[in-house]
Design a protein around this ligand. Sequence first.
Ligand code: BG6
Length: 518
Amino acid sequence: MPNIKHHLKMSNQKKIDNQVLVIFGASGDLTARKLLPEIFHLFCKGYLPEKYAILGVGRSPFSDESYRQEAVLENPHFSSVKDIDNNLKKFAALVHYVSLDTGKEAAYAGLKEKLTNILPDTLDPNIIFYLSTPPKLYIMIANSLAAHGMNLEDGGWKRVIVEKPFGYDLATAQQLNKELLKKFKEDQIYRIDHYLGKETVQNLMVTRFSNSIFEPLWNRNYIHRIEITAAENVGVGNRGGYYEGAGAMRDMIQNHLLQLLSLVAMEPPSHMTPNAIRNEKDKLFQSLRPMSLEDISNNVIRGQYTSTKINDEVILGYREEQGVSATSRTETFAALKFYVDNWRWADVPFYIRTGKRLPTRVSEVVIHFKPNHLHLFKDMRMINAQNVLIFRIQPNEGILLKFGLKVPGTGNMVKTVNMDFQYDDLTEDYVPDPYERLILDCMQGDATLYARGDSVENSWQFIDPILRAWENDPEIPIYGYPAGTWGPEHMDTLIEGTNMVWRNPSKNLSHDGEYCEL
Ligand code: BG6
C-alpha cells in the first residue's frame, strides 16, 4: 500500500528552483520551533534544490556562526529528527544571518548586500520573504523591500509568506491587503494558515471528491447538521499578552476553523488548480449568512476559563494568567451556530466551537446525517441508528463512520457501531508537520493551500459584526467555565432538538464520550 511519504514525493515531482529563504523574525519562537526544524526535514528528504540558503533577519547582533549555533546546532526542537548527526552540520552551513532594524527603510540596503553574497554566482536570486514578526511590521517590511527593488521579478521570482493574524478586523485586513498589493502582486503573496497544511485537512477534499459514495449525500437532503470542534487542553501559557488582544474568535475561528469549514462545504472545483479551488472557497465565504444583532445574542456564546483544581493541581483561571488583565473580557471559548445560504446547504445548521482549557486536545469535523424517514424498528422499542461521519483532524488522525447494526440474538435490536480508519495504519513514517508541506509548496510556487486575499476579507466580513457586538454591548454575557470542562453549560442551548448534543470526543477517535484528564 502506498504510504504518505510516498505521496509527498509523488506530489513533489516539479523541479525546485534554486532559492533563498529570508526569515524576518529570525530569533522568534516560530522560527526555532517550526520553520528551521521543518526545513531541516525537507533537507533530510532531499527536497532542497542544489543552491539553497536561509537568511535570518533580526535585531539581535548575531554573526552567521553564532546564529547557526543558537538557531540550529543547539536548537532543542531538532532533536526528534532522524539522521540528525549526519545532516545537521551540513544543514547549518546553509544558514546565514543579517542584523538590521526592520523598522528603518535605509537598513534594507544591508539585507540586499548580504543577499548578493549568499549565492555569489546568482545575480538576482529567487527569494521567499517569510514575515514572522509582529503584524504591525508587515507593511513596513513590504514597503522597505520594494524601496530597494526586492519585490521585482526581472530576474528571479519573489514571494512573501505572511503569518497570521492577517488583520485584527475587516478594516485592518483590507488595509493590509491594499498595502501589500501596492508592492507585490496577488500571486506573490502567500497568506499562511497552518491548518490548511495538515494532512487530515487536505484529506477532506480527497474524501469528498475522490469517492463516489459521499458526495451524492453531501447536501441538505441528507445532512442534518455539521459540527466543527477545535479543543485545546492548554491555557494561554506565556502568550497572555498576545491573546488579550485576540481571543478565540480571532485566534482560531476567523482563520483556521473557517478555512476548515470552506473545505467541508465548498462546491467541487472545476480543476485541482490553486485558483479553481480558491474560487470555490471564496464563494462559500460569500454565502455565509450575515449575523444580525439578534442572531449574535441567540447563536453565539463566549466563555472564559476559571480556576479549578484537577488531581490536586491548581489550574489558574484566565484572568490570573501572566499578561492578562484581572477584569479581562477576552473570550477563551467561543461557539456559534450559523447558516450557509446556498442551494446545497440552505437551512442546514453549522456549529463551530473552540476553546482553551477544555478536557482534551482534539479537532474534528462531525457530519450528522438525517435519520431515516420511516423508523421501521421503532415499534420494537428499538432506537434508530444515528449515522455520523467524523473526520478527526488531530490527534489519533483518522475517519470514523457510525451506522446501525443488528445485535445478534432474537428480535431486531439495533446498535450504532463504529467503523474507523486511522492514519497510523497507512504509514510507518510520521505524518508531516503542516509547515513542512506549506513551505515546500511555496518553494514550488503552489498557492493552493494558502489563503487568497478576497477569502480572508470575506471571512472577516462574517466575523466582524460579532466582534463589534461584543465590544459595544456590555449586556452580552461572557460565561465562566471551570478549566477542564467542555465550556459554558449555556452552549448546549445552541443545539436544539430531541436527543441532540455536541459530540464530546476523547483523545482516542473511537472512544465516544470518554473524557481525558488535563
Ligand atoms: C495558533 C493559535 O494559530 O493555533 C494558538 O494562535 C493555537 O492559540 C494553535 O493553540 C492551535 O494549532 P494546532 O495545530 O495545535 O491545533
